[in-house]
Design a protein around this ligand. Structure first.
Ligand code: ATP
Ligand code: MG
Length: 410
């Protein structure tokens, strides 16, 4: 029998709990997997008994494909498997499974001090139950491996998954991000600073199936002078988790700054600037059909993020503001940032427009106070000017794709 094409098993978890909408989630996951595998020799991706099976035309592509798929949200774990096609002779099929498991053990069991076989029957019509398969394959492997069986903490496991048409043999499970496929939960506008926190916040919302747009505020009159390049680098990394390129809205800080000079007291400068960012992002969110705003705020992290100030900046903003990092401390956020592969870029020095605000903000601004100050300084005009002068960039995993220098309609 000719050698079967390699198969990668993509196992979902949360999607399996969905009821009537499950097919929609699976379709979206499958599309996102196709996107992630662009350029790879994919023959088919099929939904087979609660998992998606990716068939590749080339054994050489397996490791690359697993690496790419490991960043597709919705997948809980992946396995690169060797399929054994089923015939009408189960014992002959099992003999071939044993041969395959033996071959894989020679490659992958080096140095292991114990082993086990872990069989699962997705197709319960197979005439032997899982335990019988474990004993059959394990009994054949033991004299070859010469290792004791350890059912709970084996250092080498040969997995056998019995499906209707084939049996998949594999030795490694790659843990992935889990969550929901990007796109199923709707669009969001993420306020992206270029620091550590906000890209992690975006990643967490992508994991919940949301598709982010990004809004970045920069100081200086043109975005070329500024922090925009750093945000493009961050998004280039984050785009590896996304089926589509990102849009980055670049918004100047000067419409606020020009009006704040001489009218806003130092102590209120930072909180009012936060208000300017949120109010402008709200307008962009409405224009782009985003259902919520996202920030990287964590309660109490810095003075502008006290509960009082978080409440005070947006009493009249009706788009929900999601803060996925709200209960995490900096160590936890930094760990996540490293895990996602963003940290090294996030800590590169840059001139953030918040860092040039007055360093000692009030700790407990009141919403009414900020509404009055906003009127006095002309916040609405500042926001309108910001929208008129903002520009858009497109960023994918290979970097900047296109610039629109033409300002967007308000
Ligand atoms: P870090 O705390 O790691 O410096 P950060 O992204 O959390 O980075 P903060 O100063 O703590 O920055 O700001 C809190 C939140 O406000 C950010 O997470 C982000 O959502 C938003 N924000 C701050 N500055 C900007 C900016 N220049 N453009 C867009 N959003 C911003
Ligand atoms: Mg922060």
């Amino acid at each position: 029998m000719s050698e079967a094409l390699p198969v990668i098993g993509a196992h979902y978890a949360e999607i399996a709990l969905k009821g009537r909408n499950r097919n929609m989630f699976v379709r979206s996951l499958k599309n996102n997997m196709f996107h992630a595998l662009r350029g790879e020799p994919v023959r088919t991706i099929n939904h087979v008994e609660s998992r998606l099976l990716v068939r590749l035309d080339d054994h050489e592509a397996v490791d690359r494909a697993v690496e790419k798929l490991s960043r597709v949200f919705g997948i809980q774990w992946l396995s690169a498997t060797t399929p054994v096609l089923r015939t009408d002779d189960p014992l002959a099929d099992l003999a071939r499974v044993t041969d395959t498991a033996t071959r894989l053990a020679h490659q992958d069991a080096a140095g292991a001090k114990s082993f086990r076989v872990d069989a699962r029957r997705s197709d319960k019509t197979f005439p032997m139950n899982s335990q019988a398969i474990n004993e059959h394959v394990g009994g054949a492997l033991q004299p070859i491996l010469k290792l004791p069986v350890n059912l709970n903490h084996a250092e080498f496991t040969a997995h056998v998954l019995v499906l209707q048409k084939e049996m998949l043999v594999f030795t490694t499970k790659v843990r992935c991000g889990g969550g929901l496929p990007v796109g199923v939960s709707g669009r969001l506008a993420v306020l992206l600073s270029g620091g550590i926190d906000s890209p992690v916040a975006a990643w967490m919302m992508m994991k919940r199936g949301c598709r982010p747009e990004f809004v970045h505020f920069f100081s200086g009159r043109t975005r070329e002078e500024t922090s925009v390049a750093k945000n493009v680098s961050l998004l280039t990394k984050l785009a590896r988790w996304s089926p589509r390129p990102f849009t980055l809205h670049c918004v100047p800080a000067y419409p606020y700054e020009a009006r704040a000079v001489g009218t806003v007291e130092d102590a209120y400068d930072m909180v009012l600037f936060r208000r300017y960012m949120v109010k402008t992002a709200e307008r962009i969110a409405r224009r782009e059909n985003c259902l919520a705003l996202v920030t990287g705020d964590s309660v109490g992290q810095v003075a502008s993020q006290t509960l009082h100030n978080l409440r005070a900046i947006s009493p009249d903003v009706t788009v929900p503001i999601l803060r996925p990092l709200v209960g995490l401390d900096k160590v936890e956020i930094t760990d996540l940032s490293r895990r996602i592969g963003l940290f090294e870029t996030s800590i590169e020095p840059y001139r953030d427009c918040c860092s040039i605000r007055s360093p000692k903000p009030v700790l407990n601004a009141h919403p009414n106070e900020l509404l009055t100050l906003s009127d006095e300084m002309g916040m609405e005009d500042a926001v309108t000017e910001a929208i008129k002068t903002s520009t858009k960039l497109k960023v994918g995993p290979e970097g900047l794709i296109e610039k629109t220098t033409r300002p967007e309609p308000a």
